[in-house]
Design a protein around this ligand. Structure first.
Ligand SMILES: [Zn+2]
Length: 99
């Protein structure tokens, strides 16, 4: 009997399931060039002494993504190209005419 193993197995299974779901999701691509690969880059915000809790100017790194192909910075979902998916998913349900 080993409870921890059981727990590990469960979380491992959940992780595998999550991975499966992510792998099945469509690839996000660069809104400029359609590139599929990105690297982590940081934008640094200077928080002024007036706004900073400790009264000193602070640097706050904000992680964002940069397209490896064209160097485009993708910080928001709208920076990516729209997913090339079947439209039925987002389309409003057409009015039923079978009445
Ligand atoms: Zn790009």
């Amino acid at each position: 009997m080993n409870g921890t193993t059981n727990n590990d197995e469960q979380s491992a299974r959940a992780a595998a399931q999550m991975r499966q779901q992510v792998l099945g999701a469509p690839d996000a691509t660069c809104g400029k060039c359609g590139g599929e690969y990105f690297e982590n880059v940081f934008k640094v915000k200077r928080v002024s002494a007036l706004m900073s809790p400790n009264g000193q100017e602070t640097m706050v790194p904000m992680q964002t993504l940069r397209c490896l192909e064209c160097g485009n910075i993708l910080s928001e979902i709208s920076d990516f190209s729209a997913p090339a998916q079947e439209e039925s998913a987002e389309e409003p349900v057409p009015k039923a005419k079978n009445m």
